[in-house]
Design a protein around this ligand. Sequence first.
Ligand code: AQP
Length: 331
Amino acid sequence: PPRVFSGIQPTGSIHIGNYLGAISQWVKLQDQNEDLILSIVDLHSITLPHDPHTLSTNILELTATLLGSGIDPNKVILFQQSNVHAHAELCWCLGCISTMARLAHLPQYKEKSASLKNIPLGLFVYPVLQAADILSYKSTHIPVGEDQVQQIQLCQELARMFNSKFGETFPIPHTMITSSEYGRIKSLRDPSKKMSKSDPDEKSRICLTDAPDVIVRNIKKAVTDFQSEVTFDAEKRPGISNLLSIHSFVTGKSIDTICKEAEHLDTGRFKLEVADAVVAYVKPIQDTIAQHLSDKSYLLNVLAQGAEKASNIANDTLKEVHEKLGMVVKS
Ligand code: AQP
């Protein structure tokens, strides 16, 4: 039976890109009654230097944000990765059939390590851990953005390799490209980059938890070009096109309709419209996030129950892996 797995890193406040590209898609899958497992992947989030205080706050905030966005812990298994030990253990087993040459070729590793003098081993092993996340649940479908396709290919190769060396164990997971409608939402400060939780410039993003005046300020300051009409051209006019995509997502109107309606507006006035639409869209989500954040014990309980359900599945897989590898000595 199909099973969907996805993860999100607790690396900062959730922005409209994460929401549009991932979380809202998960809510759709949940509402279609898909068997969905969602992990807050804290083990992944320590592969780059991090602050421990911020991490624990981020985990709690992310839990509240997912629930506030409509994820229902009764329909989906929602858990914190480090609470399920099988992930790290399966990562080790898969790491022993991965090669350094293969991992060194992955574009995300190259990108993330390029600016580092001392590269953490964890960053190198990151995609193997990702494969372990997916395979722990014998997942069949993985929703991913285009930049993740190569990491999933590695996961598929590892599953095939394991199956052929040690016997049929894992289904080969398929990728589901989900973010194609708008592509990636871009940074408000530099529309050649994607919007990112960990961008040091807070003005580069719109977070679900941002106060209305912050949203208005950041959208007003969004980098566009010197042309004042509102037209869509992702290649030549990435800044204004990004705002059009955001507007279209939050209002449900087509880009064409929005451009027609904005014919009499210059980009400055249009930015104010986008800001108003975003503020109105996030308001009910913000209220629910705030409610959840005021009830820490509920959030911890959701994570504890999720970890229990996830562990039940992942431990079975790990046991099977240990058996196939010859680690279980029978009496
Ligand atoms: N700009 C974006 N537009 C659309 N979708 C996006 N996602 C991330 N940025 C955009 C999707 O959000 C999910 C979260 O993935 P992640 O937590 O593993 O981190 P990421 O993809 O690396 O996202 P960030 O926000 O840029 O985080 P940092 O700064 O920590 O690296 C994924 O499904 C992703 O596709």
